[in-house]
Ligand binder design. Structure first.
Ligand code: NAG
Ligand code: NAG
Ligand code: NAG
Ligand code: NAG
Ligand code: NAG
Ligand code: NAG
Length: 317
């Protein structure tokens, strides 16, 4: 009883759809209702002709709903297409039921409704699909002011810049201990000519030292808070064109930390051995200077140790 009723309902329902959609029941066009494109990338609006028997396509027309000129048209052997719009199938022909449209370089302005019309030797079909377009922020680039040769206990401004979003985004900051420093940063969002945004956030680290955080990360988020990029930046205490002094005391400890440490230990030990040998020969004549040398070696070790493994996190106010 119930199944009979539902069958009847189904049959009527089906009849209505068929009568409403097209006069011919043999051909239909299967597409998704909604597609999501990304700015600067390809977008595929997929539509396939479905028919109970083999059909031959006579015409295909893709156009914007409300637009006059077709974006892509196939009519017998004559076809026309607007730059940037083509059949998704590389060598499409009239026997190919995949009439999907490909946007080769999606723009923000491509957002909207599209209509696909197909005429075949067994009937016609039309479908409407919509395309939304989003733009993602690119991976941020980071820089500092001063650019390098940063002396300990001086203020450093770090920048985190990103472009490409279609809505105003956010930039968050973290130090190497995972502390959220976003509250101390200043964000400037500008609209570029392309209706896209550029973000620049600056964080000023007061009195930067080795013992504080030397590595800062920033993350870029879209307007809904979804992360779209990340970068990290090491405060450039390194002085590339620096004096001998800077090089010896500052730069090597940063990136060469483990190598430099072990290397200096080995060199130190070798030197100690050499000197020790030489001195021990002289020891018979002179009183040894070994205790003094041993002490200075220890001091150097402690200094290096402290620089390589900073343990006191900076406080942000
Ligand atoms: C439909 O087309 C396919 C491939 O083009 C072919 O193999 C098949 O025999 C055709 N069927 C009919 C009923 O024409
Ligand atoms: C459509 O036009 C392109 C060139 O614009 C041509 O290479 C292709 O063969 C044409 N397709 C058909 C089915 O006429
Ligand atoms: C239609 O063609 C496009 C582009 O070649 C392809 O990505 C898609 O999977 C095809 N759809 C079907 C149902 O074959
Ligand atoms: C980031 O933007 C700031 C301000 O516009 C600029 O001074 C800085 O050089 C930029 N940095 C990078 C890496 O683009
Ligand atoms: C970091 O701080 C910002 C601003 O105070 C906040 O909106 C964000 O949720 C924080 N992020 C994390 C991961 O704690
Ligand atoms: C800085 O920290 C990030 C993680 O927060 C890490 O991926 C990166 O390698 C670090 N950079 C340096 C030079 O240590």
């Amino acid at each position: 009883m119930t199944s009979a009723t539902s069958f009847l309902f189904f049959a009527i329902h089906l009849g209505c759809i068929r009568a409403g959609k097209s006069s011919e029941t043999f051909v239909k066009l299967e597409c998704e209702e909604e597609y999501h494109g990304v700015y600067g990338q390809q977008s595929l609006l997929e539509c396939n002709v479905k028919a109970v028997q083999n059909v031959t396509i006579l015409t295909v027309t893709w156009k914007r709903v409300g637009g006059d000129a077709p974006l892509l048209e196939y009519h017998k052997h004559v076809n026309a297409s607007t730059l940037g719009f083509k059949f998704a199938e590389p060598s499409w022909n009239k026997d190919n039921m995949n009439v999907s449209l490909l946007l080769t370089n999606t723009k923000m302005a491509d957002k909207g409704e599209y209509e696909c019309m197909v005429r075949t030797d067994s009937g016609d079909a039309t479908a409407t699909v919509s395309l939304s377009v989003t733009a993602m922020y690119k991976s941020p680039t980071m820089s500092s002011s001063p650019e390098n040769c940063i002396k300990q206990n001086t203020d450093v401004t770090i920048f985190c810049n990103s472009t490409g979003g279609h809505q105003k985004g956010l930039i968050w900051w973290f130090d190497e201990f995972g502390t959220n420093c976003t509250g101390s940063a200043e964000l400037v969002a500008k609209k570029t000519d392309d209706t896209l945004f550029s973000l620049s956030s600056k964080l000023t680290v007061l009195k930067a030292t080795y013992s504080g955080s030397t590595n800062y990360s920033c993350t870029v988020h879209n307007t809904n808070g979804v992360q779209e990029g990340k970068a990290s930046f090491e405060i450039p205490f390194v002085c590339s064109a620096g004096s001998k002094d800077d090089f010896a005391s500052d730069s090597t400890t940063q990136w060469l930390a483990p190598v430099g440490f072990i290397g200096s230990l080995v060199i130190g030990l070798l030197a100690a051995l050499l000197i020790f040998k030489r001195r021990s020969v002289q020891r018979a004549r002179r009183q040894s200077t070994f205790p003094l040398m041993s002490k200075s070696f220890n001091i150097q070790y402690l200094l290096k140790n402290e620089k390589c493994f900073p343990i006191f996190p900076r406080q942000f106010t």
